[in-house]
Write a protein of this length. Structure first.
Length: 310
């Protein structure tokens, strides 16, 4: 049998995508001159905050993007404000550190028409221990510790729609329901694509409850469930199709291999650094959310649109 021809693809929006890549290099894509920089009076007892949450988030985005310590961040932010001719005060390093612990990060995302098709996966990120080169060259001198980041990505826009930040002990399956809860109730969920770690009754139930279709491979030793709920019937349909057409054919037919896109998105998350700088769990979570906000902001000018030719 002859070898099948390799698939060919073509980009359909090269002109606009080329322009979006150019705009991503401008530091002003994170700067909104109409943002509320100074905080409004809260009407509570005690000293009110001087800077708004948007101002603190902007400073932390500059910190994460350029990998700066807090003190150097104040100088960079002051330079950006001077470039855009804004006479705004800059928060000092202690203010940014204190506010990072309680900051509610605003993550913008685009909405494509139609049902939402999600890709879900997780990755570990280090916050304590020796680097990879030092561990390889001299061995580990202290225990390396990790946190786990769970993401749900929109297939159509490439934006991250839901984030969960947990300890390294948490599995992928139990966090799926929390990811889906972050999707607004009025948002229609079309498909949810994940690896075999999501092949659990809890995951299938969470997907069916949102009206979605699971694209999850059945475990190799999977068996038919008792059809006492819609989730069990949906899982049994996947198992029957896998046995009839084969595991590889079923993955191609269902579009499972598009899951590689969220694995590439995990690499983008770690491009801001292989480890997180904070040691406090609340500050660590804020740093991860800041990274996600940056990723979605880079996507905002536009993404590549590719069609398959053959």
């Amino acid at each position: 049998m002859s070898k099948p021809e390799a698939a060919r693809y073509r980009m359909t929006n090269w002109k606009s995508y080329n322009e979006s890549l150019r705009r991503r290099g401008s530091p002003l894509i994170w700067m909104d001159k109409d943002m509320v920089w100074l905080a409004n009076k809260a009407g509570r007892r005690g000293r009110p905050p001087v800077f708004s949450g948007a101002a603190i988030q902007f400073c932390l985005m500059v910190k994460v993007l350029f990998g700066l310590p807090l003190r150097q961040t104040t100088g960079t932010v002051a330079s950006i404000l001077e470039m855009v001719e804004l006479d705004w005060p800059v928060p000092d390093f202690s203010t940014m550190s204190r506010r990072q612990k309680t900051l509610t990060v605003q993550i913008s995302c685009r909405r494509a028409p139609g049902p939402l098709n999600l890709l879900v996966d997780s990755t570990g990120i280090k916050f304590l221990g020796d680097g990879e080169w030092l561990a390889h060259k001299h061995g580990t001198h202290r225990k390396r510790q990790y946190r786990k980041v769970h993401l749900a990505m929109d297939t159509d826009t490439g934006d991250i729609r839901a984030v969960e930040f947990t300890s390294s002990r948490e599995g992928d399956g139990p966090e799926l329901s929390d990811l889906l809860k972050q999707i607004p109730p009025e948002g229609l969920v079309g498909t949810v694509t994940g690896d075999g770690a999501f092949d659990t009754r809890r995951c299938h139930t969470a997907i069916v409850d949102r009206g979605g279709t699971a694209i999850i491979p059945i475990r190799k030793n999977g068996r038919l469930w008792k059809e006492d709920c819609p989730a069990a019937r949906a899982c049994n349909d996947i198992l029957r199709a896998t046995k009839r057409f084969g595991r590889a054919n079923r993955k191609v037919w269902s579009g499972y291999h598009v899951r590689s896109r969220i694995e590439a998105r995990m690499r983008c998350l770690k491009s801001f650094g292989e480890r997180i700088a904070s040691q406090d769990p609340d500050r660590q979570a804020a740093e991860i959310y800041i990274r996600v906000a940056l990723m979605n902001r880079f996507n905002a000018p536009g993404t590549a649109e590719i069609e398959r030719l053959a």
